[in-house]
Design a protein around this ligand. Sequence first.
Ligand SMILES: *[C@@H]1O[C@H](CO)[C@@H](O)[C@H](O)[C@H]1NC(C)=O
Ligand SMILES: *[C@@H]1O[C@H](CO)[C@@H](O)[C@H](O)[C@H]1NC(C)=O
Ligand SMILES: *[C@@H]1O[C@H](CO)[C@@H](O)[C@H](O)[C@H]1NC(C)=O
Ligand SMILES: *[C@@H]1O[C@H](CO)[C@@H](O)[C@H](O)[C@H]1NC(C)=O
Length: 299
Amino acid sequence: MLAYTALAALALGLRVSAQSIPAVASAEELALVGAQFANSGFNLTTNAGFGLDLDAKALLTVVYGFGAVENGQEYSVEQVTNAPEIYVTPAQDTAAWFNSSSRYTLTLADASALGDPDSEGNYRHFLANSETGAAASGNNLTFSPQDGTVITSYAAPGPLAGSGTHRYAWLLFAQPENFSAPSGLSTAGTAPSHWSVSSYVEQTGLQLVAASFFTVQPNGNPTGSVATTEAVNTATLAVSSASSTGSASHSDSKSGAHSSTSSGAQPSATGGSGNGAASLSASVAAGLLGVAGVVVAAL
Ligand SMILES: *[C@@H]1O[C@H](CO)[C@@H](O)[C@H](O)[C@H]1NC(C)=O
Ligand SMILES: *[C@@H]1O[C@H](CO)[C@@H](O)[C@H](O)[C@H]1NC(C)=O
Ligand SMILES: *[C@@H]1O[C@H](CO)[C@@H](O)[C@H](O)[C@H]1NC(C)=O
Ligand SMILES: *[C@@H]1O[C@H](CO)[C@@H](O)[C@H](O)[C@H]1NC(C)=O
C-alpha cells in the first residue's frame, strides 16, 4: 500500500492538479503534523529548533513549482527558488480560529541541521504580519492568507556546502489583538537575517497554529553532518528531478555568510495547481514513515 501510494505520487507528481489542496483537515492529520514537527526537532530550544510546540489548528499546504511540500521531505535548492503559494485548511471544529477578525503572521525560518544548531540563531527567509483570511464555508474550508505587510520578502533557501541538511519551516501564527511588530522588524524591505523565532513569539504574543516543513541539502558536495533522525521519505526522492529553475540567490552557513539577496517576491494567494488525491495519502504515508523512521533511529 505504501509502495503503491509512493509510486502513484511519482507518476502524478510532475504536474500538480488543484485537488492536492485539501478541503478539510481531520483531527488525526492535525495530530500527525504536530508529531512530525516535534520529530524533526523544531520544538527544540537554543537554536536547535524554534522552541515551540505545534498544536495544529489547520494544515498548511505550501505549493512550489514542483507541487505541494510533503512534511519532512527533502527538496533541492532549485525546487524552492521561487516563492510558493500558501493554503490553510482547518478542521470543522478549529475553523473558528480563522475568522474575519483574525490576523496572521507568516514566516519561513531555517533551523539549520538537526544536531548541529547555528550558534547565531534561526534564519529568517520570509516574514509577513497582519495577513487576513477566514475559513471558507461549506465542505471546503481552505483559504489563502492575503495582504498584510511583508517585512522580509522571500529569500530562497540555499544552505552553504558543508553546513549539512537544513530544516526549514513555514509557520503560520495567529496574532493577538494587541500585536505590534517589534522594532527592527516592523518595516517592509527588512533583509533576511539571523533571528530567534522563540524570542519573536515571546515579544509579540503570537500563537503557532499551522506549519509545513522540509529539508534542503546544500548544492555541491555536502561534507557537514547529515542528521540520521530526519523524517524523510526516501521513496519519493526521485520526484525532485522534476523541475529546475536556476540557482539559488542565497546561502546559509554556520559562519553568518548569509547573502541578503532576495527575490522581492511573496507567496501568492491564488492559482494552486495540485497533485491528485494521491498527494494527501502520500503525504500522510510519508509522515508515518518519517515518524516510524525517527522512532527506529532514536532507539
Ligand atoms: C478547496 O479549496 C481550495 C481553495 O479554493 C482549492 O484550491 C482546492 O482545490 C479545494 N480542494 C478540494 C479538494 O476541492
Ligand atoms: C518536543 O516534543 C516532544 C514530543 O511531544 C517532547 O517529548 C519533547 O519534550 C519536546 N521538546 C521540547 C524541548 O519541548
Ligand atoms: C477569531 O480567531 C482568533 C484567532 O485567530 C481567536 O482568537 C478569536 O477568538 C476568534 N473569534 C471568534 C469570534 O471565534
Ligand atoms: C497584549 O495583551 C496581553 C493580555 O491579553 C498582555 O499580556 C500583553 O502584555 C499585551 N502585549 C502588549 C505588547 O501590549
